[in-house]
Design a protein around this ligand. Structure first.
Ligand code: 8X3
Length: 255
C-alpha cells in the first residue's frame, strides 16, 4: 500500500476512520473527507505523527455535487492520482414504517448513501480510467440484501449501492479497475445512535447479549479486498458477527 493515495468519505468516525488508520499504518497517503473539519484535523495529526504518510483534508458534504466537483478538480497535482476510492459516507435515521417516515430524513439518507456515492464515483473514476489503474470500494450493507422492519428506506439505499457497484463493475470490465461492495452486518459505531436519533441507550441495548463487529473488523475486510493481487477482484464481502445469520436473525445470550 506504500505511497498509494486512498480517498475516504465519511472519514471522521466509525468505519471511515478505522480505514484511514489501517491504510495509513500500511504506508498509504490518505485524503480524508467529511464535513467535520475539527475531527479530520485531529485524525490527520494522529496519522502523520504515527506513520510516515501524508494526509490531506478536503471537507465537503458529499450531498453537494458542486462542492464535490470543485474540491476534486482543484486537488494539487501530487494528490490527483487517487488509487483507491472508499465510498464510506452513509447513514440511517429513524426506524419508522415506510408510510410513516419523515421525508427530510429520507432525503438525507438517499442523498448521502446513493447520490453522494455517485458524485464521488463520477468525479474520481474518469481519472482512474485515464491511468488504467484504480479500485472503488463501496461500503454497502447486509441491509441491501433484503428489507427488514423499520428499515425500508435505508435498505433501499443499500440495495442501490449493490446495483451501483455491480453496474460500475460491468462498465469497467474492459479495464484493469476493480469494484468491491463491502456489506457489513451489525457493527457498533455511532451509526446506531444516529439511527435512534441520538438516543444512545436504545442504541446500546441493540448490542446487549451479543458481540457486534467493530469498525476495525470492517476495515480489515476493506483492506483485504484492496490488497488482493491485481488480477483478483473481490466483488463482494458480506461480513457479520458470528452470532448473526441474516439482518434479522441474531443470537443473543440471556443477560
Ligand atoms: C448496517 C447493518 O443491520 O444495521 O448497515 O442494517 S444493519
Amino acid at each position: 500500500m506504500q505511497n498509494k493515495i486512498v480517498f475516504i468519505s465519511g472519514a471522521s468516525s466509525g468505519i471511515g476512520e478505522a480505514c484511514a488508520k489501517l491504510f495509513a499504518s500500511h504506508g498509504a497517503n490518505i485524503i480524508l473527507n467529511s464535513r467535520n473539519v475539527a475531527k479530520l484535523a485531529s485524525l490527520k495529526c494522529e496519522l502523520e505523527s504515527k506513520y510516515k504518510v501524508q494526509v490531506l483534508i478536503i471537507a465537503f458534504d458529499v450531498r453537494d455535487s458542486e462542492a464535490a466537483r470543485s474540491s476534486i478538480e482543484s486537488l494539487a497535482p501530487e494528490w490527483q492520482n487517487i488509487d483507491i476510492l472508499i465510498n464510506n459516507a452513509g447513514l440511517v435515521i429513524g426506524v419508522d414504517k415506510e408510510f410513516d417516515g419523515d421525508i427530510d430524513e429520507w432525503n438525507t439518507m438517499i442523498d448521502t448513501n446513493i447520490k453522494g456515492l455517485l458524485y464521488l464515483t463520477r468525479y474520481i473514476v474518469p481519472e482512474m480510467i485515464n491511468r488504467n489503474k484504480g479500485h472503488i470500494i463501496n461500503i454497502g450493507s447486509i441491509a441491501g440484501e433484503a428489507a427488514y422492519p423499520g428499515g425500508s428506506i435505508y435498505c433501499a439505499t443499500k440495495s442501490a449501492v449493490k446495483a451501483l457497484s455491480d453496474g460500475l463493475r460491468i462498465d469497467l470490465v474492459d479495464t484493469p479497475l476493480r469494484v468491491t461492495n463491502i456489506k457489513p452486518g451489525m457493527v457498533e459505531t455511532n451509526f446506531s445512535v444516529i439511527r435512534f436519533r441520538g438516543n444512545k441507550e436504545t442504541a446500546d441495548n441493540l448490542y446487549k447479549g451479543m458481540q457486534p463487529l467493530t469498525a476495525e473488523d470492517v476495515a480489515d475486510s476493506v483492506y483485504f479486498a484492496a490488497s488482493a493481487p491485481s488480477h483478483v477482484q473481490i466483488a463482494e464481502i458480506l461480513v457479520m458477527p458470528t452470532c448473526q445469520a441474516t439482518a434479522t436473525i441474531v443470537h443473543k445470550h440471556s443477560l
